[in-house]
Design a protein around this ligand. Structure first.
Ligand SMILES: *[C@@H]1O[C@H](CO)[C@@H](O)[C@H](O)[C@H]1NC(C)=O
Ligand SMILES: *[C@@H]1O[C@H](CO)[C@@H](O)[C@H](O)[C@H]1NC(C)=O
Ligand SMILES: *[C@@H]1O[C@H](CO)[C@@H](O)[C@H](O)[C@H]1NC(C)=O
Ligand SMILES: *[C@@H]1O[C@H](CO)[C@@H](O)[C@H](O)[C@H]1NC(C)=O
Ligand SMILES: *[C@@H]1O[C@H](CO)[C@@H](O)[C@H](O)[C@H]1NC(C)=O
Ligand SMILES: *[C@@H]1O[C@H](CO)[C@@H](O)[C@H](O)[C@H]1NC(C)=O
Ligand SMILES: *[C@@H]1O[C@H](CO)[C@@H](O)[C@H](O)[C@H]1NC(C)=O
Ligand SMILES: *[C@@H]1O[C@H](CO)[C@@H](O)[C@H](O)[C@H]1NC(C)=O
Ligand SMILES: *[C@@H]1O[C@H](CO)[C@@H](O)[C@H](O)[C@H]1NC(C)=O
Length: 748
């Protein structure tokens, strides 16, 4: 597998791998890592041998429906623990409640003392002390080790009407901060007049320490909190070490490999995975290297380069043949043998001021040129140039026939992509006519949008066409990758599309039956060649009259291999995204998404109908069930009135039998079941057989001398020219027409 393919593969599999990477063990081996919904990472544990010390014991109580985690043996349930030293618990709130006549009915003073030996403190950054009520004063007494302090607030109001929503600003609600390092507190709430004046809307005073972001005060709380028992609160945790935390002396350092010790204060510390590692730093082997190359942001940073994961870091390096250059702080890859900064800058240092002026001019010219080269290289890479180069070199012999054009050359050829040079436009993009310096006239296809899928189609087309060498296939001369959108350069086919000739009344009449039959036979020959004879079988997938071009002598040239597929032997019945053109699309393929050669047979059948009937593939002029040309045709066959629908300009007495045979062939091609359709080889043989029966002397007028010889059977070697690798066609050319038919029949 090549570097570039691997690069794409990484993108495809990045998402699932990232999930796997996140599933490193967090608990000691054999210890539960969850209690209900709560992760229990070591140093925490739910039973002896699973936690670091008694401080980190979590009791997991299964008597409730869902197991609940409690901090040590308290009634405070733990709802979240992170390895960054944060623990969320549910803490009681203080109530002071009265009945309507001012008699106290409920009063409590919750307290919290956490960490037997100071492993926990109340987070001063995430919590606030809050008092709620309209006849309320409340305070919290805190302990920082042996030092005590008290803080609190007072809130009074006469009516609920001016209590503000979402705003704990003193009316109905007040708040104050908690001191850093508090490990023990008691909350007290009191009222001034036993809530008698405000009882209607506020029967209690409340006080609590709460995670600030989880408490949004609303006037309803004045009553509602009476029913609420606990609110979330955040603790900071760390490991206590009475001897100098993180110092040299400690033997019992809990921090394991690839992690570092972080001092919280003199006698407490936490552990942290080193940069570039993730996992649980308290477990042996818990910190594992992060594969940064699976991270889409990093991949983006390494765009156009190879991302290599290293232990603890990563590395963006250039593809072979390119080297790093730093430009205004950004690393970019530049092809070797391009402008070398040192070679430009050293003369500046040596030379005098005058020289500097000259060199400066040269430098800016060089820089601009270099910038352009760099931009073109960027597009070259973006357009999959490397992928293409590699693909082409995999298929030896094709590289020299497919030329890579420069942007400049094609701009000159098309008069800078002048609108007057446009000869076709479609969903894929625009086709320009151009004249190369050597005088050759070419068609240049410029795709419309630049997105990845478009690029793949583009490369697909180049790779497929570079392997096909057939006189009835439009020849790809080369491509250009140096501008924003990729360009393909084809031989110029002079006479437009088959579709144009069939559906343009004036031109349809010059398309005699003999010419139509030849176009059909040539197209069938190409498909037969693609399916069986090309070095790797190819399914065209988009056979239609607009993709069959005609030259001045009405020779068919099949084009547009944008969605074609190379099929290796073991891929028969390839499953793909259904693509194609409505009206030509094989109904079985549409239904099953199984791509086989028989899909091309179906599409070819529709082209045969167009040649026979001369009507559009989809027409709203026809009855609803006959809008589709194949339906129209099949119902005419059923009603035995084929004669009525055939294109008037091709029906004459001499060929009625041929028309019937071709119609019958089309009917078989349009079979609903793929397996009932003939192969393209059989179709090609039958059409070729029919052509040879034509006796009109002027049929050969349009053919070149070589093919006249072929019909006379004088040069059997040359007769195989059309179908280079299709051995069976050689047999046909040496056989009499009657035997041809026989051969076909036996073949089925
Ligand atoms: C807490 O400290 C006491 C004495 O200072 C000691 O006996 C006890 O083992 C310590 N507990 C933990 C869990 O470290
Ligand atoms: C679980 O909780 C119930 C009710 O609070 C209590 O009675 C029981 O002792 C607890 N069990 C454990 C193992 O802590
Ligand atoms: C906390 O525990 C109590 C029982 O003690 C339970 O009713 C409540 O749902 C728990 N809360 C959470 C958030 O787990
Ligand atoms: C309030 O409680 C006191 C003492 O329990 C009682 O005498 C009084 O009737 C109660 N008032 C109301 C309105 O319930
Ligand atoms: C208010 O409550 C206190 C006890 O909290 C009680 O001693 C006092 O008598 C009450 N006052 C009224 C007017 O009920
Ligand atoms: C707290 O008080 C105890 C006993 O009064 C004493 O042993 C200890 O050293 C004090 N701690 C601090 C941090 O002052
Ligand atoms: C909260 O109240 C204060 C003072 O009344 C006011 O300045 C602030 O805009 C209010 N904030 C919100 C979110 O209502
Ligand atoms: C550090 O991480 C690397 C890569 O994940 C691993 O191979 C190595 O064993 C780790 N070292 C320790 C001491 O765990
Ligand atoms: C990055 O990778 C390249 C190629 O593997 C190597 O030459 C270079 O030394 C690496 N740089 C660092 C910083 O690891």
């Amino acid at each position: 597998m090549g570097i570039h393919e691997r690069f794409w593969l990484v993108i495809l599999i990045a998402a699932p791998l990232a999930v796997i990477a996140a599933e490193l063990p967090i608990a000691r081996p054999g210890c539960p890592d969850k209690c209900g919904n709560v992760n229990i990472p070591y140093p925490f544990g739910t039973r002896e041998g699973c936690y670091h010390d008694q401080n980190f014991y979590i009791s997991c109580n299964h008597t409730y429906g869902l197991p609940l985690a409690f901090i040590q043996d308290s009634e405070l349930n733990v709802t979240d623990i992170t390895l960054e030293g944060r623990m969320q618990i549910m803490q009681f709130i203080a109530h002071d409640c009265y009945n309507k006549s001012g008699h106290p009915i409920y009063d409590n003073n919750p307290w919290l003392r956490v960490g037997l030996n100071g492993s926990y403190t109340i987070s001063d950054t995430e919590n606030k002390f809050v008092a709620v009520g309209c006849d309320t004063y409340a305070w919290v007494e805190g302990f920082q080790g042996n030092n005590t302090y008290a803080t609190g607030c007072r809130t009074e109001c006469d009516s609920i009407d001016y209590v503000t929503n979402h705003n704990c600003s003193g009316i109905g609600c007040c708040k104050t901060s908690i001191a850093k390092g508090t490990n023990y507190f008691i909350v007290t709430v009191k009222s001034f007049s036993n809530h008698t004046r405000v009882w209607n809307f506020n029967p209690c005073s409340y006080g609590f320490v709460v995670e600030e972001s989880k408490f949004d005060f609303t006037p309803d709380d004045l009553r509602r909190l009476q029913k609420v028992n606990k609110l979330p609160m955040v603790l900071d945790w760390s490991i206590r070490d009475v001897n100098d935390a993180c110092g040299e002396s400690i033997k019992d350092n809990a921090c394991q490999g690839n992690s570092s010790c972080v001092r919280v204060d003199n006698d407490r510390y936490r552990c942290k995975c080193l940069e570039g590692f993730e996992g649980n730093p308290y477990l042996p082997g818990g910190c594992q290297d992060i594969n940064e190359c699976l991270n889409p942001n990093i991949l983006n940073e390494c765009k156009g380069m190879i991302c290599t994961n290293t232990i603890g870091s990563y590395n963006c390096s250039c593809y072979e043949g390119y080297h790093h250059v730093e430009i205004s702080g950004k690393e970019v890859c530049v092809a070797n043998q391009q402008y070398d900064w040192k070679r430009i800058l050293i003369p500046v240092g040596i030379g005098g001021l005058a020289l500097l002026l000259v060199v400066g001019t040269w430098l800016s010219w060089g820089y601009n040129k270099w910038k352009l080269i760099k931009l073109r290289q960027k597009f070259f890479m973006q357009n999959g140039g490397l992928m293409l180069q590699q693909q082409l070199s995999n298929h030896e012999g094709s590289a020299e026939t497919t030329k890579i054009f420069t942007a400049e050359e094609l701009e000159k050829a098309t008069n800078n992509f002048d609108e007057s040079e446009i000869i076709g436009q479609g969903g894929y993009g625009t086709v320009y006519k151009g004249t190369l310096r050597d005088g050759r006239i070419v068609a240049i296809k410029k795709s419309r949008i630049i997105d990845q899928s478009q690029n793949e189609q583009f490369i697909n087309e180049v790779v497929i066409l570079s392997q096909i060498n057939h006189r009835n296939v439009v020849k790809l001369l080369g491509c250009c990758l140096e501008i924003e959108v990729p360009l393909l350069v084809y031989e110029f086919i002079t006479n437009g599309t088959l579709h144009h000739h069939i559906h343009n009344k004036r031109q349809a009449s010059s398309l005699t039956w003999e010419i139509r039959l030849r176009i059909a036979a040539e197209t069938a020959g190409v498909l037969s060649y693609l399916h069986s004879a090309a070095s790797t079988p190819v399914i065209h997938r988009d056979i239609k009259s607009t993709n069959i071009l005609l030259d001045d002598s009405y020779t068919a040239k099949v084009s547009d291999f944008g969605i074609s597929r190379l099929i290796s032997q073991d891929q028969a019945g390839l499953s793909t995204v259904v693509q194609g053109t409505i009206g030509y699309l094989d109904p079985e393929y549409l239904h099953t998404s199984q791509l086989t050669e028989k899909s091309d047979v179906y599409s070819f059948g529709v082209v045969l109908l167009e040649l026979l009937i001369g009507e559009s593939v989809l027409s709203f002029d026809r009855a609803e069930e006959e809008r589709n040309l194949s339906m129209y045709f099949l119902s005419a066959i059923k009603d035995n009135c084929l004669g009525k629908i055939l294109d008037g300009s091709i029906v004459n007495e001499a060929n009625i039998e041929q028309l019937n045979e071709v119609a019958d062939l089309a009917r078989k091609c349009l079979s609903v079941k793929g397996e009932e359709r003939p192969t393209m080889k059989e179709v090609a043989m039958e059409l070729e057989g029919l052509r040879m029966m034509t006796k009109h002397p002027w049929v050969n007028e349009l053919r070149d001398a070589e093919e006249v010889e072929y019909l006379l059977g004088e040069t059997s070697d040359k007769s195989g020219h059309d179908f280079d690798a299709s051995g069976s066609m050689t047999v046909v050319s040496n056989t009499f027409p009657s035997q041809v038919e026989l051969a076909i029949r036996n073949g089925r």
